[in-house]
Design a binder for this molecule. Structure first.
Ligand code: ACO
Length: 432
């Protein structure tokens, strides 16, 4: 087979370098520039990684122009319709769908790791009652490494696997404890007779005073949202986890850094920001004013839940969520919440016809709808990004495992184009 290459020519010197081109299984090929600096003394410049593939990965594939999302080759639409979140987590981690025995075993393993160490509970008391749950999550998840010194050898595949299981299992428990801390209710122990999502709803909404059974539709909606949010290839938080992990940091520290990155409003914080925006818009009659603000370059306002770095078509997750949004709201008959959904739909309709949004291919993304569903399920707005973090943990640990197992992995260390002062001499304080 002929090796594909591209040739770069420096017109000022006439010198050329030949660089190999790597083909993936799907998607664009990539020019391998690893020898470029050695050959030419030049770096490439790509802030925001717009044209840069940072690694090989066999986990998730996205075609942003066609609106395609595959986990390990399976279309997101099929997984959303037919799978459970733990089945998807297994798929992401191990590469194939589990058979019944493998799934039962995996469910058993995850449910046996759902409790958190009793002393960890006191950690929550250090936070003010109104601390943002994402702030608590970053701290508490980072602190988990202090509890598992016996299994933190990242070069041991079994240790890596146990850490991945612990993170997937404990995330809902920690998330629910953040909420309980906010509302001043006792933490609820996990119930292993319930599924992953049912148990989370129990830890969130049950109290020791009365029996609680999760609403099957709420469970179903949560299962779907968790599947849709489980992975999205090299997004900002996953890349953060990989970057942190590339130095050999432990997986709890890496996932804590991923949570911190996810919190930003340009990423996972967008679902919270969408609700804040809808509340600010308040009424359909104000939509035009806010669309104009979003288009005004002198105004920092952006239409939250619109646009995506990769999707320049309808986000396939948004398509799926949009339907479920209707089902959940109809089931809950929460008429008081319908106006917000109506407002969201009207905003979507107007934005999709507006030349500014059409030209820039700004479609609603997954977070445009997820917040509305969470709101309908009674989950407070400041917990929305936490919900995202629970689901994305499956992706984070899968990418971390893939990276550590890759014999070619090295510490990630980008270079820069220096634009600061040239060398200059120190001036004593009394002469400045
Ligand atoms: N509202 C108004 N204008 C927008 C929006 C928006 N939501 N998003 C992009 N634009 C405009 C930009 O101003 C820019 O216009 P210009 O070409 O005239 O300068 C153009 O569209 C391209 O936008 P960029 O910012 O260059 O796109 P980028 O890929 O860097 O950003 C991002 C993508 C961060 C998602 C952006 O669209 C955004 O801020 N959206 C709102 C926040 C959001 O919903 N985030 C969730 C992302 S999905 C997720 O994390 C699950």
């Amino acid at each position: 087979m002929v090796e594909k290459t591209v040739t770069l020519t420096d017109k000022s010197t006439g010198k050329s370098v030949e660089l190999p081109v790597k083909d993936g299984v799907l998607g664009p090929s990539a020019v391998d520039i690893t020898t470029l600096y050695a050959q030419t003394g030049m770096f490439t410049f790509d802030p925001g990684f717009v044209s840069t593939a940072s690694c090989n990965s066999a986990i998730t594939f996205i075609d942003g122009d066609e609106g395609i999302l595959l986990y390990r080759g399976y279309p997101i639409e099929q997984l959303a319709e037919k799978a459970s979140f733990l089945e998807v987590a297994y798929l992401l981690l191990y590469g194939d769908l589990p058979d019944q025995a493998q799934l039962d075993n995996f469910k058993g393993l995850i449910s046996r790791h759902t409790m958190i160490n009793e002393t960890l509970k006191t950690f929550f008391d250090g936070f003010r009652y109104d601390a943002h749950p994402m702030a608590i999550m970053v701290g508490v998840v980072g602190s988990l490494s202090a509890f598992y010194h016996d299994s933190l050898d990242i070069h041991n595949p079994r240790h890596r696997e146990i850490s991945a299981h612990r993170l997937i299992a404990k995330m809902p428990t920690i998330a629910a404890a953040c909420f309980k801390h906010n509302v001043g209710e006792p933490f609820m122990y996990p119930r292993n007779d319930l599924g992953y999502c049912g148990n989370f709803l129990h830890m969130l909404f049950a109290t020791p005073c009365e029996d609680y059974e999760p609403d099957p539709l709420a469970e179903k909606a949560l299962n779907l949202l968790f599947i849709l949010h489980a992975d999205h290839e090299q997004n900002a938080s996953t890349s953060t986890v990989r970057l942190a992990g590339s130095s050999g940091a432990n997986p709890f520290a890496c996932v804590a850094s991923g949570i911190a990155s996810l919190w930003g409003p340009a990423h996972g914080g967008a679902n919270e920001a969408v609700l804040a925006m809808l509340e600010e818009i308040g009424d359909v009659s104000n939509i035009d004013k806010y669309i104009a603000k979003a288009k005004d370059k002198d105004d920092a306002f952006r239409l939250m839940g619109f646009g995506h770095r990769v999707y320049k078509n309808y986000d396939p997750r948004a398509k799926i969520i949009r339907q479920v949004c209707h089902q959940v709201l109809d089931h809950l008959r929460s008429t008081s919440r319908h106006p917000m959904f109506e407002l969201a739909l009207r905003l979507e309709e107007i934005a999709l016809q507006d030349e500014y949004f059409v030209e820039r291919k700004l479609y609603p993304n997954v977070d445009f709808y997820s917040g509305i569903i969470y709101r309908a399920l009674g989950i407070p707005t400041n917990m929305f990004t936490v919900m995202f973090a629970i689901a994305r943990t499956a992706g984070w640990v899968s990418h971390w495992m893939e990276m550590i197992a890759d014999p070619q992995h090295r510490i990630s260390r980008p270079r820069q184009l220096y634009i600061g002062e040239k060398r200059r001499d120190f001036v004593p304080l009394n002469e400045r």
